[in-house]
Design a protein around this ligand. Structure first.
Ligand SMILES: Nc1ncnc2c1ncn2[C@@H]1O[C@H](COP(=O)(O)OP(=O)(O)OP(=O)(O)O)[C@@H](O)[C@H]1O
Length: 256
């Protein structure tokens, strides 16, 4: 299986605070990989490094064999799309404007007719047609999140990296989005996401990874919830509940 992203001997510190230590991990092409881990364990720091937002790391991060920092802006936009955990717009852009900014690396600030047609298609694909002329800052958190997913679709990168994509989404839209992400993979894209819900991770991902002790560990079996690993990561016990094909892992909430 070809590698989309490879991280070799990577370490990162904010000042004297070491966040990531000797991370070695490969994310496969055309797979849906999920990274689980506790708050503050370094997941976003890792993803910001993978996407070239943070550059102060030691070691190597390669995208399809090329060090991320050597990619031109346009090449990077064709390869990697990133949904950050936090975003803010100071300008009162409409939803359509926000979608069109997804094409900025390719069309500059002059969207083409094709870009506008694509925006219509993306709105339809995500069931957001009614939001087209609305002002982005006036949308609900979940609506904004779906529009930002749409912006990624406009960019149409080979590798989609998402930091907590189900943030703000209701339970229906969480499943809707996870199915969409599976669809992207079926269409040949690579998806890598940080998530906080182990049940959704095991339900939808091809590969599961854990952030533990400042490094990334792969799950031994992404089809079978690893209760011992979950316990080590989250410091709480988990119940493993089966309902037909569904594997539900439920934290008991008691600190060990
Ligand atoms: N810009 C920064 N300067 C200094 N420390 C930072 C900075 N950004 C993050 N940190 C610290 O680095 C650690 C890792 O943060 P990070 O955002 O990578 O965690 P995370 O695993 O994504 O957490 P969460 O699940 O809560 O989003 C935290 O202790 C955080 O306080």
């Amino acid at each position: 299986m070809a590698t989309a992203i490879e991280i070799k001997n990577m370490s990162f510190a904010y000042g004297k605070q070491t966040i990531l230590k000797e991370v070695n991990v490969k994310f496969c092409e055309r797979k849906f990989s999920v990274l689980l881990g506790t708050n503050g364990s370094g997941k976003s720091t890792l993803f910001k490094s993978i996407t070239g937002i943070l550059s102060g790391y030691k070691g190597d991060i390669q995208v399809k064999g090329i060090p991320i920092m050597q990619l031109t802006h346009k090449r990077k936009a064709a390869l990697i799309g990133f949904l950050p955990q936090f975003y803010q717009t100071v300008f009162t852009f409409t939803v359509e404007d926000i979608l069109l900014t997804g094409r900025a690396a390719f069309s500059g600030f002059a969207p083409t007719a094709n870009d506008r047609t694509l925006a219509q298609q993306v709105l339809a694909e995500l069931g957001l047609e009614g939001l087209r002329r609305k002002l982005f800052p006036q949308l609900s958190g979940g609506e904004q999140q779906m529009v930002m997913i749409g912006r990624l679709l406009m960019q149409d990168p080979e590798i989609i990296i998402l930091d907590e994509p189900t943030n703000h989404l209701d339970v229906y839209y969480q499943h809707f989005l996870m199915n969409k992400l599976r669809g992207f993979v079926a269409n040949g894209r690579t998806v890598i996401a940080i998530m906080h819900n182990p049940t959704l991770a095991y339900q939808f991902a091809d590969e599961v990874f854990f952030m533990l002790d400042k490094t990334v560990m792969p799950a031994v079996n992404a089809d079978l919830p690893d209760l011992e690993m979950l316990k080590a990561v989250y410091n709480t016990n988990f119940l493993d509940i089966r309902h037909e094909e569904l594997k539900i892992v439920l934290p008991t909430g008691h600190r060990i």
